[in-house]
Each structure stands twice: as structure tokens, then as C-alpha cells.
Design a binder for this molecule. Structure first.
Ligand SMILES: Nc1ncnc2c1ncn2[C@@H]1O[C@H](COP(=O)(O)OP(=O)(O)O)[C@@H](O)[C@H]1O
Ligand SMILES: Cc1ncsc1CCOP(=O)(O)O
Ligand SMILES: [Mg+2]
Length: 247
């Protein structure tokens, strides 16, 4: 497998245009993360233009976090464009276990065979039809508890499945790798999982998807470790001690 550093260097040489149909929470965070990593983000979700825009993009991400039926159609049409052009796309099944709408849309997207599916452990378990302990969009299951689900999903789609968490797990259904980079503050910041999808998509442009996804996970975890060194974390108490009306 290629060195993660070589994958990063090749991604930066390409500076790929990554088209994202993502959720309202993640849009700005994800765009900034992609620029910082060395790619060009574009957030384009209107049903009337998503497929047309996809023809311009090097890679696509689709994310069902705040989807509605029109966004779902936009995702399916844009993914079909990427498949036709042989370009990578990443699917994030945010909160898939929570509602029938998310489950049905996810089934349609899986049938289009994403290059990479990336979710937290509870999402990957739910996608494989297993019971889980999700709390909305947050994981309640361990990564190890989702490893077999990831393997089965990868065999079903022929793509890569990445389970993020304290130690990420990534597989193509035959080989598997674990990535131990990252910091416990990362799941305390909303949309960091969503933003990771864009980085994975950027790394996958012109590079083998298993190696590229593994490298993206390592790069992202290291970035989180670096950021955590200068982060103060959240306050010890949820009640600030020096609010003006308390003086
Ligand atoms: N406890 C943890 N320790 C270190 N890194 C973590 C931890 N939990 C999540 N991460 C990292 O945070 C990023 C987002 O993953 P995750 O929180 O699982 O996604 P999501 O926001 O979709 O639930 C990944 O890079 C993952 O490796
Ligand atoms: C809070 C929330 N609600 C709908 S989408 C979303 C963002 C989830 O982002 P992430 O899975 O990266 O934490
Ligand atoms: Mg998520």
C-alpha cells in the first residue's frame, strides 16, 4: 500500500474539485476543511443542477443528514454521473437507523455502489440491518461491533467501507486496516465526520480507493491531534461562572 504521505502529496498536486451534497450543519465546516487540506469544495444540492454540476467535479460526496426527497434525487442523479465517468463518490449514511426515509434513501444510494461508504459504528451497523445503540446522528456502538457489518457491506457494494471512531476501521471486504490517529475531542465537534467524507473523496481522485481512504483517515486523525494541542476543550461546567447578570 502507498505511504499516506504520498497519497496526500498526489491529492495536493491535483487539488481536486469536490462536489458535496451535504447537510446544513456541515456545509461551512466541510468547505473550510477541504480548502485547508488542499482541495476545492463546492456545495451544490439543487435537484435542477446537481447532475450537471457533477460533470465538472473530480469527486462527489453525498450525505443524508438533512436531506429531503429533492435532495435525495439530486444525490442519486449526481452519483450516477460519477459512476458513468468512473469518478469516486463517498456516501455518509447520517442517522440512517432513525427513520424509514433515511433507510429507503440509503438503500437506493447503496444500490448505486458508492466508491466509499463512511459512517460511525452505529450507522454502519444500521446500514447492514443490525440493531444498534445510536443516539440520532451520534454513535452508541464500538467500532469493533461494526467491523463485520462493514465487511459485509463492502462485499455487497464492491466498494470500501470505513467505520470512524476512536480507532477507525476500513475494509474492501478482503483486506482491513485500523487507523489509531485522532483525539477524543473530535466527536465533540459537530460535522467533523461529515467533513472527513470530503477529504476521503479528494484522496480517492486518481488513487486506489482502499489506500486513499486509509491515508485520508490517518491524515485527518493527525490533523485532529494537532488541533487538539491548542484547543481548550469545553468548559468543565455547562453553567458559565462569569455571565454578566451574575456579577
Ligand atoms: N474517541 C475518539 N478518539 C479519537 N478520534 C476520534 C474519536 N471519536 C472519533 N474520532 C475521529 O473523529 C472523526 C469523526 O469521526 P466520528 O466522530 O466517528 O464521525 P461522526 O461525526 O460521523 O459520528 C474521525 O476522524 C475519527 O477518527
Ligand atoms: C447534528 C446533525 N444533525 C443532522 S446532520 C448533523 C451533523 C452531523 O455531523 P457529524 O456526523 O459529522 O457529527
Ligand atoms: Mg456522522
Amino acid at each position: 500500500m502507498d505511504e499516506p504521505g504520498s497519497c496526500l502529496a498526489r491529492m495536493r498536486e491535483t487539488a481536486p474539485l469536490v462536489h458535496n451534497i451535504t447537510n446544513f450543519v456541515a456545509m461551512a465546516v466541510m468547505a473550510n476543511v477541504l480548502i485547508a487540506a488542499g482541495a476545492s469544495p463546492a456545495m451544490v444540492h439543487a435537484r435542477e443542477e446537481a447532475a450537471e454540476f457533477a460533470t465538472l467535479a473530480h469527486a462527489l460526496t453525498v450525505n443524508i443528514g438533512t436531506a429531503d426527497p429533492d435532495w435525495g434525487t439530486a444525490m442519486e442523479e449526481a452519483a450516477a454521473v460519477m459512476n458513468g465517468a468512473g469518478r469516486p463518490w463517498v456516501f455518509d449514511p447520517v442517522g440512517v437507523g432513525a427513520t424509514r426515509f433515511r433507510q429507503a434513501l440509503s438503500e437506493r444510494l447503496i444500490a448505486l455502489r458508492p466508491t466509499v461508504i463512511r459512517g460511525n459504528a452505529s450507522e454502519i451497523r444500521a446500514l447492514a440491518g443490525l440493531e444498534g445503540a445510536a443516539r440520532g446522528v451520534d454513535a452508541g456502538d464500538s467500532v469493533e461491533a461494526a467491523a463485520e457489518a462493514a465487511r459485509l457491506l463492502a462485499c455487497r457494494t464492491g466498494g470500501i467501507v470505513a467505520v470512524s471512531g476512536p480507532v477507525d476501521y476500513v475494509t474492501d471486504g478482503k483486506e482491513a486496516y485500523r487507523v489509531a490517529n485522532g483525539h477524543p475531542l473530535m466527536p465533540r465537534v459537530t460535522a467533523l465526520g461529515c467533513a472527513l467524507n470530503g477529504v476521503i473523496a479528494a484522496f480517492c481522485v486518481g488513487q486506489p480507493a482502499l489506500a486513499a481512504t486509509t491515508a485520508a483517515l490517518a491524515f485527518y486523525g493527525l490533523a485532529g491531534e494537532t488541533a487538539a494541542r491548542s484547543a481548550r476543550g469545553r468548559a468543565a461546567s455547562s453553567r458559565p461562572s462569569s455571565m454578566p447578570w451574575q456579577r
